[in-house]
Design a protein around this ligand. Sequence first.
Ligand code: ATP
Length: 511
Amino acid sequence: MDFKNVIAHCKEYAFIYQSSEIYDGLAATYDYGPYGVELKNNIKSYWWKSMVQMHENIVGLDASIFMHPKVWKASGHVDAFNDPLIDNKDSKKRYRADQLIEGYCEKIDNKIRKDVEKARKRFGDDFDEGQFRATNQRIIDRQQKIDGILGRMNQSLTDENLEDVKALIEELEIACPASGSKNWTDVRQFNLMFSTQLGNISGEEGKLYLRPETAQGIFVNFLNVQKTSRQKVPFGIAQIGKAFRNEIVARQFIFRMKEFEQMEMQFFVRPGTEMEWYEQWKATRLNWHKALGVPENKLRFHDHEKLAHYANAASDIEFEFPFGFRELEGIHSRTDFDLNQHQELSGKKLQYFDPELNENYVPYVVETSIGCDRMFLAQVSLALQEEEVPDAKGGTSTRTVMKFHPALAPVKCAILPLLKNNEALVKASKDLYNQVKFDVNAQYDEKDAIGKRYRRQDAIGTPFCITVDHQTLEDNTVTIRERDSLDQQRIKMEEVRGIVVEKCSMHSLFE
Ligand code: ATP
């Protein structure tokens, strides 16, 4: 499904609204509607349970958004959390210089992918993509061009050589996507942290930041948690919470927002063992995505060549969004950088006494960091489908359906009396609804013809529709309709709760 349809569907079906829409919106901020908040809570619950509940040695934390300003000095965010920005002098639009260059390369990559797809069709089952890419001269040339451009850009960014980044944009003749103009300002660094001011202290002293990542709340609490929850290294601390970044964005919906939610876990390990844990967490996190039924070809690792100042290894799990493969989650080996920095600036020891080695050390950290909103976008764009299904007249019709994993679906079952003006049917339906609502998010719906109600539930991804009809009144059975197979079966009313609870449970995901 293309990106425009995903955005439109999210709005029409109460998943996501533009923030402050009646005031024409606020760029890169969004509100989650009634079904959106359910889906988001389910994603968070799946992450939390798989981290905290399924691991004896991972515990939770909920740190505050405001932290002592020195935290951000220690973490490097005050000095180095920058994006290279460039303005177009004619259109007055502002862009991230690196994204303009990456966008240029992406167009070349799209051409490569088209060639690959054409060849795949031509050669059929015998097609070997790796060999084709390695031997087709046009692809080799294009790939070399991409590698050359990105290599030079990364080097210039590492060297803080912003003149060269601008020179590259000019050499490639990259134009402003809005106006077509190539009249650019110089590239300069722009800090992404939002700041605010304490009421009782004026000036720089009282300057506070809204956290740009949740991780630092975990680092500064490392010893508190370790001691009070009696953890031994290796152990992890997990947290879900809001983060804020003053991102320069263009039309990326909830992929890149100014206010978003992160689900982060910092895993504290013995120095020297971090690479084993890094590999292990990469595998564990990939499996977490696959368990939801995300097809393998929609996910890939992207190992970083240019490492952040705190990391000795880093990889992204990328997902194929409707606009191409992009970072969904990061797995980073952060060394002892953060804990050391906090030791230094706070003057407090952040060491762990390892009883087995009989020595003190600052643990190393492997982190997994996923954006809840990006996970939401990944799930929604994967789930939303249009398909031909048999209709009542023996023909076919198109239905719009969201094929969420039942454990993530916002509404688990809809209870539908066949007729809304039949008192006995309405009563039986409401009784059933009142039974199941204790265990799952259910919906009672009596408006419109039954087919229309099925479609409405398909459009929000409800895995089960339960129809209460005249036969129900005679033998206490109902029809259960399964969203994906459209299979309809008669079951006993007492069985509904058990079936829906079992099929929508997260149990199978954890196994
Ligand atoms: P990007 O390169 O896309 O800006 P990043 O490398 O800065 O992302 P991290 O700092 O590693 O991202 O943050 C961890 C995760 O938080 C990302 O994988 C992503 O899912 C999420 N995330 C980061 N920035 C945003 C944002 N502005 N809006 C929504 N999610 C975000």
